[in-house]
Structure formats: structure tokens, C-alpha cells
Design a protein around this ligand. Structure first.
Ligand code: GLU
Length: 489
């Protein structure tokens, strides 16, 4: 029997901070690849130009490296099937979209946004599923030629068969049949020449010789479209395996609204990477002897997919705290010292030793400093991290913890996208623009921001303080404050 070599991948979109869900899927891909002597690939799916950023890509790779989930091929290490960043592969997708057009498996669509909106409006009123009505599917050759001659921009859509069903084979669930009438004529290539997720994902999985697609359950609904694409190209699809979604203790899907989901948050709070890997390894999977504590290496040794359980695993932070404690107690003291230095003390020492940094913050404090001895009590938040928050101070009168978490998360996202200079006056206009986009009053918003950034209600002027703290620290503190509020609510 000729076995195809095992090649698996994760394909994160760099549109937000590194997510625990990405680490969870990465862990199972990694364990499977290593247990089979296969390859583990990281591919960056950055085709959503407006939402993707290099900053997020770097943060995702850094977080995965921190967890010890090393990959064999990827945008940073290269490999034989590169480039591993989709934005660097655009001509390939255009080529394959053209091929689909020639094979009659896709068609060009010139519908204007206004027409599409009118169609959706009608469907909404008739309580029908919202989908493209196939207007351009039946254009005659002469009509198509005329549109092309006029050079009007178009998108390329998948021509879903109007009858029958498309069957997805999921290795955990067996055959899942989708009625073709329920599938939308998905856009594959946008008018700006960028592919959508579906086209790029299928083309790359094929070209990168991916043997198994191990991803989260939420992608099952996209898979019939992928299967249709594999059929249209005449390609052998990979084995699909959809991992169960992580859930909150109330069984809802984990989301940043309820639990901290950023890996950076867990690192800053002093969770150990081995505890996080162990914790994620318990999500829907178990060791043959059901023991709860195991290393990444032991997981790889014992790994098979036979012990996957599909009932949504609970992302239980109390369990993570317990596991982390176990790992901390197991560390030899000198190793614990090293971890404390790396994760906690070094960032702090670094700031305190940097006279340039002190020189910048001193003007903010000089007027408020009765004695030199008061420096630490006044300035600790300039070098100490993470802060301990009193949630009562973060939430202004008349607002709930949930609303405050949302407004601070929104501010973090707003600042994340802000590309201007990180300076007092510019930061003020940036955040005033954000204020406009919320229903908050300036006083409450800026007070919550102040507490999130400094841990206190009184500090030197907010925007000057932000300038000195710097971009990184401001963003991480906003994230930490949001997490502290979520633990509350
Ligand atoms: N870019 C998708 C994501 O962000 C990839 C999903 C897949 O693995 O196919 O998760």
C-alpha cells in the first residue's frame, strides 16, 4: 500500500491577537504530524487585506513558538512549497480561478452592490436564506463578451450544481450530506484580484500537498464548497477532521466576550506553556490511561485520533489554574527562577535600568513627588506588569462590567489599527475619534482607560502617560483589563 506522507497545517488569519483556539488546533496538528513522522506547516491566510496585519502575524508565530509547537515549514522558516503567506501567492489564485471558468465550474458576476443589496432585502422580507440569486449564471456568451469589452470589474463565483447533494467525509463523523440548493454560489475571486478564503484555502492545501485538514468544527459548513472545488479541479481532497469547539462552562462557544482568549494574556499572567499545552490536550482527547498530567512529548508518543470525543470540551479556567500550579510545583527552583526572570522580572528591570525611559517619565511625576522615596508608589505602573485591577474602579457609574469590557476591547482594536505616531496629541485625537464611535461620554471612557492603563483613578495626563508607556504596554494592559472584567461577569 502506498501511503501518502502526512502533511498537516494550520492556517491562521492574522486578524487579531493569538487565540487559544489557534493553539488548540495547532497542538492536535502538531501531535498528529509528530506521531506519524509527518510535516507540520504554518500558512498565513492574510487575504482579508483590511483586517490582516503583520503585527498580528508575528504575535501568532511568537505565541506558538512559546508553546513549543515548532513547525517544519512556514513564512519565517520557508520550505519547499512556499511562499507561505497567501498575499504573496495572488497570481496562483488568479490562474486557478481562470481554470475554473474554463472548466465551466465558475462564472463571472458583474452584479453591483446595490443589486445584491436589493436581492438580499427581498429575501429577508420573504424570510428566505440570504444568497446570491444566480443572475449572472445564465448570461449569454455575447453578454459576457460585452461586459468584458467594457472592462467592468467582476467577481468570480462558484457554480454550485442546482440539484443533488454534496457529501463531505469527515473522519470523525462519517459522511455529511449537504443539499446543493442550500449552498451559495460563493465568491471565489474578488474584483480586486484577491481570492476569498475558500479558493485560496483549497488551492494551497492542494499545492502544499496537505494530507489531512484538521481544523475547528465551525468550518464544516464551508467544506462542501471545498469539496466542489476539489471535484471541479479533479484533485484528490485531503482527509477532513473537524475538532470539537471549545466551550465556556455554560456550554456557549468560547469567545473573547466571556473568557480571555489571547495567548499573550496567559503568558503575561504567568501561565506556563507546558501547562497550557497539557490543558489544551485534555480538550476532547485523553491519554490511554486517562491520566490528566502529561507532557507534549508524552502526548505525541501516545497520540492517535481514536480517543477524540466530540462533545464540546469545556475550557475551564479553574482547571487551568490547578494544572499551572502543578507545573509550578514541579519546576526545580533554579528553573522557576529562570521563568520568573523571563516572564516577569526582565521586562520590569529592563524599564527601570533604562535611564532614557526614566528621563521621559520623570517630567510627568516631578511635580507630584514629595520625596524620592515616593517614586515607587507613584510610578510603579510605568515598569510593573501585569497590573492588578480593582474591577470596581474600571467600571464607571451607570455602566456594567460587560459594557466596560466591550468598550475597552473596542479601544484596543481601534489602537491596534492606528498607525500614526504614538504621541500625546495624536493619541488624543485618535481616542476622541473612537469616543465618537461609541455611546460613551468622554469622562467615563477616559476614566476607564486611565484605570486600565495605570491601575488607578489618578495619574498624570492620560495621553502623555500613554505616550511614555508605549504602544505594546498600552495594548497589553487594555487586554488584561478586559480579561479582569470578564472574570468578574
Ligand atoms: N484561515 C482560517 C482560519 O482563520 C483557516 C481555516 C482552515 O483551517 O481551513 O482559521
Amino acid at each position: 500500500m502506498s501511503e501518502t506522507p502526512v502533511r498537516v497545517r494550520i492556517a491562521p488569519s492574522p486578524t487579531g491577537p493569538p487565540h487559544v483556539g489557534t493553539a488548540y488546533i495547532a497542538l492536535f496538528n502538531y501531535a498528529f504530524a509528530r506521531s506519524q513522522g509527518g510535516k507540520f506547516v504554518v500558512r498565513i491566510e492574510d487575504t482579508d487585506q483590511a483586517r490582516s496585519s503583520r503585527h498580528y502575524e508575528e504575535a501568532i508565530l511568537r505565541a506558538l513558538r512559546w508553546l513549543g509547537l515548532a513547525w517544519d515549514e512556514g513564512p519565517d522558516v520557508g520550505g519547499p512549497y512556499g511562499p507561505y503567506r497567501q498575499s504573496e501567492r495572488l497570481p496562483l489564485y488568479q490562474h486557478y480561478a481562470q481554470e475554473l471558468l474554463e472548466r465551466g465550474a465558475a462564472y463571472r458576476c458583474w452584479c453591483s452592490p446595490e443589486r445584491l443589496e436589493a436581492v438580499r432585502q427581498q429575501q429577508r422580507q420573504a424570510k428566505l436564506p440570504l444568497r446570491y440569486d444566480g443572475h449572472c449564471r445564465t448570461l449569454s456568451a455575447a453578454e459576457i463578451a460585452a461586459c468584458l469589452r467594457q472592462g467592468q470589474p467582476y467577481v468570480v463565483r462558484l457554480k454550485v450544481p442546482s440539484r443533488g447533494e454534496t457529501v463531505v467525509h469527515d473522519a470523525f463523523r462519517g459522511a455529511i450530506a449537504f443539499d446543493n440548493q442550500q449552498l451559495d454560489d460563493q465568491i471565489l475571486l474578488k474584483s480586486d484580484g484577491f481570492p476569498t478564503y475558500h479558493l485560496a484555502n483549497v488551492v494551497d492545501d492542494h499545492l502544499m500537498r496537505i494530507s489531512h485538514v484538521i481544523r475547528a468544527e465551525e468550518w464544516i459548513a464551508s467544506t462542501p464548497k471545498h469539496v466542489l472545488l476539489y471535484q471541479a479541479f479533479g484533485w484528490q481532497p485531503p482527509v477532513f477532521m473537524h475538532m470539537p469547539l471549545l466551550r465556556n462552562p455554560d456550554r456557549s462557544k468560547i469567545s473573547k466576550r466571556k473568557n480571555p482568549v489571547s495567548l499573550d494574556y496567559y503568558r503575561r499572567q504567568g501561565y506556563l506553556p507546558e501547562a497550557i499545552c497539557n490543558f489544551l490536550g485534555l480538550m476532547g482527547w485523553s491519554m490511554p490511561d486517562e491520566r490528566e498530567i502529561f507532557s507534549l512529548e508524552e502526548m505525541v508518543q501516545a497520540f492517535t485520533f481514536e480517543r477524540i470525543r466530540l462533545g464540546g470540551p469545556i475550557f475551564d479556567l479553574q482547571k487551568l489554574d490547578w494544572l499551572n500550579g502543578v507545573y509550578i510545583r514541579r519546576l526545580p527552583p533554579e528553573e522557576l527562577v529562570r521563568r520568573l526572570y523571563d516572564q516577569l522580572i526582565t521586562p520590569l528591570l529592563h524599564r527601570l535600568r533604562d535611564t532614557l525611559y526614566l528621563r521621559r517619565l520623570i517630567p510627568l511625576l516631578q511635580e507630584r513627588l514629595p520625596t524620592l522615596g515616593d517614586f515607587h508608589s507613584l510610578a510603579a505602573y510605568f515598569y510593573q506588569t501585569p497590573l492588578r485591577y480593582d474591577p470596581a474602579l474600571l467600571v464607571p457609574k451607570g455602566r456594567s462590567a460587560r459594557e466596560t469590557a466591550n468598550v475597552l476591547a473596542g479601544a484596543a482594536e481601534w489602537l491596534q489599527r492606528y498607525e500614526g505616531p504614538w504621541q500625546d496629541a495624536e493619541l488624543e485625537s485618535c481616542l476622541r475619534a473612537y469616543l465618537e464611535s461609541t455611546k460613551w461620554d468622554a469622562r467615563s471612557l477616559f476614566m476607564s482607560l486611565r484605570v486600565a492603563l495605570t491601575g488607578r483613578t489618578a495619574s498624570p495626563p492620560l495621553f502623555a502617560t500613554m505616550e511614555v508607556l508605549g504602544r505594546e504596554l498600552c495594548l497589553t494592559r487594555l487586554e488584561d483589563a478586559v480579561a479582569a472584567l470578564q472574570k468578574q461577569s
